[in-house]
Design a protein around this ligand. Sequence first.
Ligand SMILES: [Zn+2]
Length: 348
Amino acid sequence: MTSTIVLAAMLIGLVPGAATVEAEAREILDELLRVDTSHGNESAALRPVAARLVKAGIPAEIVEASAGRGNLIARVRGNGSRKPVLLVAHVDVVPVEGQSWTTSPFIPTERDGFLQARGVNDDKAMAAAFVAIALDVARSRIQLSRDLLLVLTAGEETASPFGMPWLAKNRPELREAEIMLNEDGDLQLSADGQRMEAVVVDVTEKVSTNFRFVVKGKGGHSSTPWTDRDPVRSLGKALVKVGEHRFPARAIPSVREALGLDSRLANSHLGLARIYQRRQKYAAALAEADAALAADPARTDAHYIRGQLLLRLGRKQEARKEMTAAAGVGGQPGAAPLPSPELLQDQR
Ligand SMILES: [Zn+2]
């Protein structure tokens, strides 16, 4: 009997509750934020993460495409009845040079209920959450139907070849995943900021395509330029054509579904604000957010959206005030989703 009690006590120690998962995620986030990964150096940020995972019995490795530019791969085994799920986050961040930070970008600082540091929002919080989830799943020995593959990558912000492009080529096992979750999307909270109303998932509804133009022509003296074979003129004409080209619209099923959801959202000012925001019509979105707030000044989510929009419109001071209101109104500070302090700073 005594041994059972001891065992139970040990298990309680081993199986952390939800609060512990959150605390551990925050701890990992702080660790990640303290490493400046704005110009590479991802391996340094990932080493403590790998150590944590290994300690919890999760096989984890850091693979480098170039010195210091590490990617972490870890796997929590499921029973294999379904194909793996892949959780991906990048741990490099946008450089801070030339930006007017009021706190040190690589020292996590809590202010007005918000956490400020480069990469909080993009994408280290996601990385930290994924790691904490993997640790929790492994420790609690939840039986998974599929392997959980955790991948933290390098070089996303600078479109470098050291992260996903390299992994896609060199680690074919990652392609076995049936589902992949990475950044982007949106969370919609209830007016008091306490309840999740919707999780918006982005799908790959469009991709970029790059073109390279090579124009050949005849050289000659500039006093007597060719009028029919001048390559500069041909290239200019071609670029205008590309700029004016519009591809025919093609709504894939997920886009159709999203438009359907939008039509339901359009019933309210805040819903309209979200739709305009997503379409980057920020002034129109702001007008709708204003209307939503006029009707109910305590709507945390309206304050939050208004803050995001003001930011997009370059009205940083007002945005900061609005974000603070979003954190404080109708709930505890920090009840609203953390706004991105880097957005407050970014000129991107
Ligand atoms: Zn990102």
